[in-house]
Design a protein around this ligand. Sequence first.
Ligand code: F6R
Length: 611
Amino acid sequence: MCGIVGYVGNKSAVDILLEGLTSLEYRGYDSSGVAVNVNGKVELYKAAGKLQNLKHIVEKNYAEISKSTIGIGHIRWATHGAPTVENAHPHSCNCGKVAVVHNGIIENFKELKEKLEKNGCTFRSQTDTETIAHLVATKFGEVHNLTEAVRLATKEIEGAYAICVIHQDLPNTIVATRRNAPLVVGLGEGENFVASDVPALIQYTKKAMYLEDNQIVTLTPDSIKLIDIDNNPLAQHIEMLPWEPVALSKMGYKHFMLKEIHEQPDVVRNVLSGKLRAVDENVSLKEVTLDKEKLRELSRIQIVACGTSLHAAMVGKYLIEEFCEIPVDVEPSSEYIYRKTITDKNTLVIGVSQSGETADTITAVRQAKSKGSHILIITNRPDSTMAREADSLIPVNAGIEVSVAATKSYIAQLISFYLLAIYMAEVKGACDLGDLKHELIILPQKIEKVLAHKEDIQKFARKFANSKDFIFIARGINFPTALEGALKLKEISYINATGYTAGELKHGPIAMLDESMPVLSILMKGKVYDKILSNSEEAKARNARMIALTDSEDEKLNELFECIIRIPEISEILSPALTVVPLQLLAYYIAEFLGKDVDQPRNLAKSVTVE
Ligand code: F6R
């Protein structure tokens, strides 16, 4: 949700911190700050609003700030306390010697704060984070060792956190730790880094070490020491990061979102690669470690996810039920976790998440795991907290997604569900899916055709950009596409958009229709085509402005629809992997035309690490 960067080495820390924060800006961005050690004194620089505001402050004081070769930085998405300068991280203790940045939530912060206040600490912010600064400073006063002070402090802290701490008297040391929030150390030559996510590191080093819960790391320019919460030294597992710095460049596109939409044909190829080799070969999904006998005996599947991932899960339900005849329940993780978890070892529980850090979904899969269910995780981040909960892990390989609005990760999740459903059907000996496999292999070319006609969608976008509301209707397997189209539009353009099953329109929503309301019908040839056509007629009779998204060449549609977005013909069952692309483009062009901040829409963050 928020982003953390820390640097200790031989270069000017602030440049590296600001670079790192820039590459994490997509995670949360209502305020930011850095702490550096200049001439033996910890100094904090903070700003409310965009990171640019912090950069201006740093620029003005650059001569001074750039002297520091150690620093910690943070970009915040407010949870406790408004996004003001006072509440921005880093936070410090009374004497100003300790500075702390923190992601997550300290659940017992009120009790800790009361105790600390009684001991003379004065709080300057409304954040839970400030308690950590005071607590570490208090412990440091007792033990005179920063690692030990942090270790003792974490024994008293409850909740989820990733923390980085510096102390004025130790101009070459950063101490960092985590519990239920990601943190990764980057190893350099004469310099070391720490960050909440790899984009902040990859331009400096590919050598990395992921921290596990309750591990504490002490970084100096030339050393990394790792201990557990009981002070036992731990072995370090160094890995090479797979990400390339180029993944963080817009590559000439105006926004990351547009670039990521265009990457989708290649993403499909990547996801299929090595898993679907030929129409007459079975899908190979060795990532699914569930014994084939057990898979055949599954009585039920539950899928938990949030937002866009939830929509992919809804398509997954349709596919698995269709091909495997196993009942599938799909539920928003945030609902699943607050009722009795009815699951067992004959239930497969699938968690779907782009980031792998969504708190609700992590809790949901942990709850299911405690009941003995096999946990299958579909994620774009095999290095994430959720991935570590997996019995079976399907990485979707979409590459890093920077735009807050998920696009290519959605397509990657969809394709993973197609592969999973085919794999399960083949294990069960259920049906011959050769035609679908052939269509999957040629899907990237169809997406490329849609992208090649993006100017048409841009024209339509301009026509409808001033609408206050928008309705998307569909039936069957494209109902989740209607929801996804509406979600994309509202999150980046702030237009009130809703997706309905077309059959539900006449049970209430039809009351809203008049000549100002655009209604976009997803009208793909197949078993619900005629039904949606009738529902579109009903909407037209109420003067709604009708838009069709279709693979039909039917001339009659010209009378009914003011605009027609035509896409290549595709089987109904695979169509969600194509219909979503023009809807992503429509949302993009409307938001772009309205001058919205497409990649960083207001109030949103890329990964939602609080419940
Ligand atoms: C929408 C979007 C969000 C996420 C949701 C779940 O474009 O990105 O709705 O899909 O916050 O996030 P993940 O998939 O990371 O669990």
